[in-house]
Write a protein that binds this ligand. Structure first.
Ligand code: DGJ
Length: 748
C-alpha cells in the first residue's frame, strides 16, 4: 500500500484537542475548561485519539488554584503552551506585558484558531519557508486577554518531510492602552520529565561552538547572548538528549532560534521534574512598546525531533536549513573555490600583489578571488576607514572597477569584504554623522577594535550604507560579498526613541541588519554572501537566510578546526561552513600541519584558500591543484549528501572522523584525522554509517559490501599499529595525519 507523506493538524472539537502530526512526530495539546492551552504530548507519531487523560491533577498542598472551591486545577502543576506568571504558575512565563497601571498580570485564553496550508511568511524576519502549500500545515491559535484586549497569535507549522515544528508568536494590541512587552518567548514547551542531558555549543573567539554537555537538574540552566549578536560565546541552539541516547540512536530534541541578536534559551526543571524549555529574544535588555493597533512579532524557533540520536537531529537541521532556510540562486549552485587575501597580506597589499596571488590561484583551479579588509577609505590599519565605502586610492589608484576587471580577465570571479555596520572615528562618515553611532548621550562610548557600531535601527543609516555599497557593487560587478561584523554592541541607547522604548534598540538593530541584507539580495540576487563576525560570532540560522555560508572561525588551524567544524555540524550544514587552507606555521596557533591535512579538514565546508600561493613550493602547489580537482569533483556530494559524525574530538582527544554519503548512497567520502602519532597501537576499524547494506563499494581497488563496512567496519590501521622496518615498510605516519577514502558503488 503506498503511503503518501502528509502534514496534518487534527482538531477534535468536543475535546478541544489539537494534534499536529506527520509520519514521524506528533505534537498534541488542548484547551482547558477555562481557555488555557495545556500541553499533552510531543514525540514519535501517534494515532489521532483523545489524549486528555495525560493531564493529571492531584491535590498538592501549598498550591494556588484557578477556581474557588476547587483543589485540583492549578497551572503550577500543568504542562502548558503559553504560560503566564501570576495566575497560579510560578515558573518562567512566555509573556510578560506591563500595562499602563504597572500591572503585569495577564490572562490569555483561547479565542479562535485556524489551520492553513503552507506556512505564512514572517514579516521582516528570517524564517524557514515552504515552496508548495503541501509541504506544511500551519495552526494559528488566537488567545485574548479580555481586560486589555490584547491578542496573541501562536503559530505552529509542521512540515511534511521533516520531523520539525516551527513556532513563533505575534502580539496584537487591539485595545486602547499602550502595552510594554517585557518578555516574549517564541517557544515554550513543557516536557513531562527531566531525564535529559543538555547540550550546548559554546566557546569564544577562535574556538567557537565547542560541544558542552551536562545533566538537566532542578532549577534553571540557560545560555544567552547580551552582545547584540548571537555571539561566539553561545550559539542559539540546544539539544536535550535522553541519557541512553548517543550519536546514532535514541531520542533527542533540538531547538534552534532563527535570530541574530540577543537570545535566551533555558530549561527550567521544576520540583516535579517537569522541564520547561523556552527559546526567545533575551528579556535582558529588552522591552517593546506596543501602541494600540500595533503588532509585535517574535522570531521563529525551530524544534527538531530525532529518534536516531544526535546525528539524526543534525541531518534534519542540515536538510531543513540547506533547502528551506537558505534561499536564492546559491541554494542550488556549487559553491566556488575561493582564495581570500586576508591571511596572505593583511593590510599590506597593492594591486600587483593581489594580481599575482590571483594569477597563481587561477593556475591551480581557484574560481573566485576575494579581496578582504583594507581596500577602502583610509583603511591602512584597523584604526581608520570603516564607514567610507569608496576605494582607497593610495593603495588601488586605478580604482576597484579596474581591479575587478583585471581579476575577471585572469579568469576569476571577484568578491569584496565589507563591514557595513561599523564606523571608525577616523573616517569621513563619522565626521559627517557623529550621531549615527550607537551611544548614550553625555557618556563616553566604548570601542572594540577601535571601532563603533552604527545604529542600524535607524532607517536613514541603513539606506545610506545601502547606497554606498551599491555604488561599489555596480562598479566592480561583484560576484561575492563577505559581510563582517567585528565587535559586540555597548552603550546601547537611541535618543530618537522614547524613554520607554530604549529596550527596543537591540531588536531594531537586528531588524536593520536584516533590512540591509534584504535590500542587497533583492537588487543583486546573483551575489553570493558569506556572513562573518570575527569568524563565527554570528553563525546563526538568521544569517543563513540571507548568506548561505558563514566564515566559521578566525582560527584556520586544521587541528583546532576539527572541534569547531564538528561542533558546528550539530545543526549547520557542511555547505554553510566557510573553511580555508591557510599557511603554516598557522597564524593563530603557530602549528605546522601538513598541507594534505589542512585540505582534508577544509574539504568539509565551503572550501577555499587563505594564503599567498606564490609562497608555496612546486610540490605544495601540485598538491593544491589535486585538492581543488578533488573538491570540484565531490563538492556536490559533500554539500548535499548526508553527513555522519563518527569519532568526536570532544570525547577522543587524538582522533576525529566523519563522512558524507550521497543521497543515492552510491558515493561516500570518509575522513579520519589523527592528531599525534603513536606506535604499536591497537588495530583500528571504523564502523561506517549511512551506506546501503545491499550495495558493493570499491575502496582503493578492493570491494566490500555496505553491510560489512557498517557492521565489521572499515580497516583504518596504519603504520602506527606496529613498527616500521624492512618487513613492514608501510608509509610513515606522523603527527597531524589524516586520510580520506572514497567509496564508490560497484555495479554488479
Ligand atoms: C575578521 C574576519 O573574521 C577575518 O576573516 C577578516 O575578514 C578580518 N576581520 C578583517 O578585518
Amino acid at each position: 500500500m503506498s503511503h503518501r507523506k502528509e502534514a496534518r493538524v487534527f482538531y477534535q472539537a468536543e475535546k478541544k484537542q489539537f494534534h499536529l502530526s506527520n509520519d514521524k512526530i506528533s505534537y498534541i495539546f488542548k484547551v482547558s475548561s477555562d481557555g488555557k492551552l495545556l500541553h499533552l504530548y510531543y514525540g514519535k507519531s501517534l494515532p489521532n485519539r483523545d489524549y486528555s487523560y495525560l493531564i493529571e491533577m492531584h491535590h498538592r498542598p501549598m498550591t494556588t488554584y484557578r477556581q474557588e472551591n476547587d483543589l485540583l486545577y492549578s497551572l503550577e502543576h500543568l504542562k502548558q503552551e503559553f504560560p503566564e506568571y501570576g495566575s497560579t504558575d510560578f515558573r518562567h512565563p512566555s509573556i510578560s506585558m506591563k500595562q499602563e497601571n504597572g500591572s503585569k498580570i495577564t490572562n490569555f485564553t483561547y479565542l479562535k484558531h485556524k489551520i492553513v496550508d503552507g506556512k505564512p511568511k514572517l514579516e521582516n524576519m528570517p524564517a524557514t519557508y515552504v515552496e508548495e502549500d503541501s509541504e506544511s500545515k500551519t495552526l494559528i491559535i488566537t488567545l485574548k486577554d479580555n481586560l486589555t484586549n490584547v491578542e496573541v497569535e501562536l503559530l505552529y507549522t509542521i512540515f511534511t518531510e521533516f520531523p520539525v515544528i516551527t513556532r513563533s508568536v505575534r502580539v496584537l494590541n487591539k485595545g486602547t492602552e499602550t502595552q510594554i512587552i517585557e518578555q516574549l518567548a517564541s517557544l515554550s514547551l513543557d516536557l513531562p520529565d527531566a531525564d535529559y542531558d543538555w547540550i550546548q555549543l559554546s566557546g569564544a573567539w577562535a574556538r567557537e561552538r565547542n560541544i558542552k554537555e551536562r545533566s538537566l537538574q532542578q532549577g534553571i540552566q540557560s545560555i544567552e547572548s547580551t552582545r547584540g549578536i548571537s555571539s561566539h560565546q553561545h550559539n542559539p541552539f540546544i539539544a536535550l538528549k535522553r541519557k541512553q541516547a548517543n550519536e546514532h540512536q535514541g531520542e533527542v530534541i533540538g531547538a534552534s532560534f532563527v535570530y541574530s541578536g540577543n537570545f535566551l534559551i533555558q530549561a527550567e526543571v521544576d520540583t516535579w521534574d517537569v522541564t520547561r524549555l523556552q527559546v526567545g529574544i533575551n528579556p535582558f535588555g529588552f522591552e517593546w512598546r506596543l501602541l494600540p493597533n500595533e503588532v509585535f512579532s517574535s522570531p521563529e524557533a525551530v524544534l527538531v525531533y530525532s529518534d536516531q540520536g544526535l546525528n539524526g537531529m543534525s541531518q534534519t537541521f542540515h536538510q531543513l536549513f540547506r533547502t528551506r532556510l537558505v534561499r536564492g540562486e546559491w541554494r542550488e549552485k556549487n559553491r566556488p573555490v575561493l582564495i581570500n587575501n586576508w591571511e596572505a597580506t593583511y593590510f599590506d597589499f597593492n594591486e600587483d600583489k593581489l594580481v599575482s596571488i590571483a594569477e597563481k590561484a587561477r593556475d591551480v583551479g581557484v574560481e573566485l578571488f576575494v579581496l578582504d579588509d583594507g581596500w577602502f577609505g583610509e583603511r591602512n590599519n584597523d584604526h581608520a576607514g570603516l564607514g567610507d565605502w569608496f576605494v582607497n586610492e593610495k593603495r588601488l589608484p586605478k580604482g576597484i572597477g579596474s581591479l575587478a576587471e583585471k581579476i575577471r580577465s585572469i579568469g576569476l570571479k571577484f568578491g569584496l569584504w565589507f563591514e557595513p555596520e561599523m564606523v571608525n572615528k577616523d573616517s569621513q562618515l563619522y565626521k559627517e554623522h557623529p550621531d549615527w553611532l550607537i551611544h548614550t548621550p553625555n557618556r563616553k562610548e566604548h570601542h572594540g577594535r577601535n571601532q563603533f557600531v552604527l545604529n542600524f535601527g535607524v532607517e536613514e543609516v541603513v539606506d545610506y550604507i545601502f547606497e554606498q555599497m551599491c555604488k561599489i557593487i555596480d562598479e566592480s560587478k561583484l560576484d561575492y560579498i563577505k559581510w563582517d561584523m567585528n565587535r559586540p554592541l555597548t552603550d546601547v541607547f537611541d535618543h530618537r526613541l522614547d524613554f520607554n522604548q530604549q529596550g527596543e534598540v537591540f531588536h531594531r538593530y537586528v531588524l536593520g541588519v536584516y533590512r540591509l541584507y534584504e535590500l542587497l539580495i533583492a537588487k543583486y540576487p546573483h551575489v553570493l554572501f558569506e556572513s562573518c563576525s570575527s569568524g563565527g560570532g554570528r553563525f546563526d540560522p538568521g544569517m543563513l537566510y540571507y548568506a548561505p555560508q558563514t566564515w566559521t572561525s578566525d582560527d584556520s588551524d586544521a587541528i583546532e578546526r576539527l572541534k569547531i567544524q564538528y561542533g558546528t555540524s550539530m545543526l549547520y550544514p557542511v555547505s554553510s561552513m566557510g573553511a580555508h587552507v591557510s599557511i603554516v606555521p598557522n597564524h593563530q596557533t603557530n602549528r605546522i600541519t601538513p598541507i594534505e591535512t589542512r585540505g582534508n579538514v577544509a574539504f568539509f565546508g565551503a572550501f577555499g584558500y587563505e594564503l599567498d600561493l606564490n609562497k608555496l613550493s612546486e610540490n605544495e602547489l601540485a598538491i593544491v591543484k589535486e585538492q581543488i580537482k578533488f573538491y570540484k569533483k565531490y563538492r556536490s556530494e559533500i554539500h548535499n549528501g548526508l553527513f555522519y559524525r563518527l569519532r568526536s574530538p570532544f570525547t577522543n582527544d587524538n582522533e576525529t572522523s566523519w563522512m558524507v554519503v550521497s543521497k543515492d548512497q552510491k558515493i561516500a567520502i570518509v575522513a579520519h584525522y589523527k592528531i599525534l602519532n603513536e606506535v604499536n597501537r591497537s588495530y583500528q576499524r571504523l564502523e561506517l554509517k549511512g551506506l546501503n547494506k545491499e550495495m558493493t563499494y570499491r575502496i582503493d581497488g578492493q570491494l566490500y559490501s555496505g553491510a560489512e563496512l557498517m557492521h565489521a567496519g572499515m580497516v583504518i590501521s596504519d603504520a602506527s599499529s606496529g613498527q616500521i622496518n624492512e618487513q613492514n615498510p608501510r608509509p610513515e605516519t606522523h603527527d597531524f595525519d589524516s586520510r580520506i577514502w572514497i567509496l564508490t558503488q560497484e555495479e554488479r
